[in-house]
Design a protein around this ligand. Structure first.
Ligand SMILES: C[S@@+](CC[C@H](N)C(=O)[O-])C[C@H]1O[C@@H](n2cnc3c(N)ncnc32)[C@H](O)[C@@H]1O
Length: 249
């Protein structure tokens, strides 16, 4: 699947105003608390919030280090971002920074839109030796639910180009010269209809996604704690949080 920057812009421009209410995980204090705890921010740290969006992750990092810089490619998402010390419109693929300047890079739910080889290489380049990266992304629980998870995520956001299994992000980080220090899995309970209806999705796609839930296999139903009653659908998604340290130049 090729990356379509115009599609990403169009999707997030439509959603920007209501983005903060578009999924339970966006404001999930337990999830944000876990990210902050893993980050172990120290005084004086220079932090990058990659794909900062409306700045929900930056909000919990604000004031903890020396500064938080946010980059993103969708200007409308910035309008609500009051958390970062500096906002830069730039792509993760070519970051406008010198090498080795950040102590910490965080990214929640951004990698699914990116060219991963370019992005991991850039994360590695702009991070100091010994610096940390904390990545939080939705994954399938295993092989058996991957296809149905993939379909629901694809139908909700057609700009998405990557779909992750639990092994993918840790494995890539190792390949790019990082050592994994922690992996946590955080359950995100969602009202699936509200989650699908994010303001940038057609009614037909929502209906298709509902069919995916209804016809999903037993393992998906079990792992995702799927509850379907009349018009209402609830599921529990898996948000994987990976912390790694740059150990190889
Ligand atoms: C699902 S939002 C996540 C926002 C925020 N990190 C959060 O956790 O709420 C994804 C964001 O990734 C941004 N994005 C997509 N591709 C990008 C790229 N190549 N470089 C920087 N940001 C990108 C989008 O514009 C959007 O704001």
């Amino acid at each position: 699947m090729s990356i379509d920057k115009a599609k990403i812009h169009s999707h997030f421009n439509k959603r920007a105003e209501t983005y903060n209410q578009s999924a339970a995980w966006v404001n999930d204090e337990k999830l944000l608390g876990k990210i902050l705890k893993l980050a172990q921010v120290q005084d004086g740290w220079k932090i990058l919030d990659l794909a900062t969006g409306t700045g929900k992750v930056a909000e919990v990092l604000k004031g903890k280090g020396r500064e938080v810089i946010g980059i993103d490619i969708t200007p409308d998402m910035f309008l609500q971002n009051k958390a970062v010390d500096e906002l830069i419109i730039a792509s993760a693929h070519h970051m406008p920074f010198a090498s080795g300047i950040f102590d910490l890079i965080v990214c929640r739910q951004g990698l699914q839109f990116m060219n991963l080889d370019l992005t991991y290489a850039e994360i590695h380049r702009v991070l100091k030796q010994g610096g940390s990266v904390v990545l939080a992304h939705l994954t399938s629980y295993g092989e058996e639910d991957f296809q149905d998870t993939y379909e629901t995520l694809r139908l909700r956001n057609s700009a998405r180009v990557n779909f992750f299994k639990k092994i993918d992000i840790p494995q890539s980080l190792v390949n790019f010269g990082f050592t994994i220090t922690t992996i946590e899995n955080h359950p995100c309970r969602e009202n699936a209809i509200a989650w699908l209806d994010n303001g940038a999705v057609q009614e037909a796609e929502i209906e298709q996604a509902v069919e995916v839930y209804k016809s999903s296999n037993q393992q998906f139903k079990l792992w995702h704690q799927l509850e379907i009653e009349g018009q209402s659908i609830f599921e529990t998604m898996n948000m994987q949080i990976v912390k790694a340290v740059k150990t190889r130049c």
